[in-house]
Design a protein around this ligand. Structure first.
Ligand SMILES: NC(=O)c1ccc[n+]([C@@H]2O[C@H](COP(=O)([O-])OP(=O)(O)OC[C@H]3O[C@@H](n4cnc5c(N)ncnc54)[C@H](OP(=O)(O)O)[C@@H]3O)[C@@H](O)[C@H]2O)c1
Length: 292
């Protein structure tokens, strides 16, 4: 069993990853920032090392004596080169890096080239690497994604949909990602590979709204706004205190296909994500408990 350093361990997905690594018998140390909220990891992680990915040396020191790194923290902030340099210098046995399927967006998103460069840097590492690319992550009311829609549908009868709502998406449960990470760590074939990790169900945004309504016992009425009107609406909303915040990019991304095959992960990692109905039912139940 490996001695694993996990970055981003205090984040939403990181907590699932730490739990699954510990369950699999690995010894986990969390690389945390000064002031990070460690409480969710207490009793799980064997220890904490304080550092910051802005400071490559702190990561290098934290990697001393480790067998592996699981870098859950985002590669989208320009840290990739510093992380990979620290990993290569430390000469650990294995590294897993989180990327994102948003890399494949057809939009001219500013983050796209940063993400692509980050993956290129990882591919140049001398330490056996695996890249995992989640789609939109959900799992419990901490997810910052589907929980927003769950809360909205629970509260309001009308759901605004930016565009026709027919483009499909494939959200992934954080626990499926965590299991994939554990599998990749112990899988030689996974070294030098990048895997798209999508969820068990691909569906349109309209179907997603309806599914959430069904699980909540509500009948939401979808009101479609043309994309051009939606863009004006999100700009205006930014000027209204307490109005829901959406970015222009979010509106545009709802109007492109966001489904990705996870066939390669199924083949190499035995990846079998749960259905969205199953995962959402759990999240809706947690939402209800929290609200109740
Ligand atoms: N959320 C999604 O839908 C989604 C979709 C596709 C891919 N991804 C990727 O999946 C991964 C996990 O996403 P998430 O949403 O679960 O993450 P998250 O909740 O936003 O957590 C981010 C984590 O990174 C840590 N972190 C941030 N900056 C740091 C720095 N300079 N030094 C050290 N640690 C730092 C944070 O620590 P603190 O506790 O100190 O803040 C936190 O633990 C990320 O790589 C993300 O890009 C996410």
């Amino acid at each position: 069993m490996a001695n694993v350093l996990v970055t981003g361990a205090t984040g939403f997905t990181g907590q699932y990853v730490v739990r699954r690594l510990v369950e699999a018998g690995h010894r986990v140390t969390a690389f945390v920032r000064e002031g990070s909220r460690r409480t969710p990891l207490e009793g799980l992680a064997e220890g904490f090392v304080v550092g910051n990915l802005d400071d490559s040396r702190s990561l290098g020191q934290a990697l001393e004596g480790r067998d592996a790194l699981v870098n859950v923290a985002s590669l989208g902030f320009g840290h990739a080169q510093a992380i990979v340099d620290a990993v290569d210098r430390a000469g650990i046995g294995r590294a897993i890096y989180f990327s994102t399927t948003s890399l494949f967006t057809t939009l001219p998103a500013a983050t796209k080239s940063v993400r692509q460069q980050a993956e290129d840097v990882v591919r140049g590492s001398t330490v056996p690497w695996t890249i995992v690319r989640p789609t939109m992550i959900y799992g419990d009311p901490g997810d910052r994604n589907l929980i927003k829609l769950i809360r909205w549908v629970d509260r309001w009868k009308v759901v605004p949909v930016f565009g026709p709502g027919t483009y499909r998406l494939q959200p992934v449960h954080a626990d499926d990602l965590a299991q994939a990470v554990v599998a990749a760590l112990g899988c030689e074939v996974a070294a030098g590979q990048a895997y798209n990790l999508s969820g068990g169900t691909a569906l349109s945004y309209n179907e997603l709204v309806d599914l959430i309504g069904e699980l909540l016992g509500r009948r939401p009425r979808r009101v479609h706004l043309p994309v051009s009107v939606s863009l004006i609406a999100v700009d205006l909303a930014r000027r209204i205190p307490l109005a829901p915040r959406f970015s222009r990019e979010q509106v545009l991304r709802l109007n492109e296909d966001k489904t990705f095959s996870h066939e390669e992960a199924a083949r190499d990692l035995g990846y079998r994500p749960i259905t969205l109905r199953e995962g959402l039912a759990r999240e809706v139940a947690m939402h209800r408990e929290g609200a109740g």
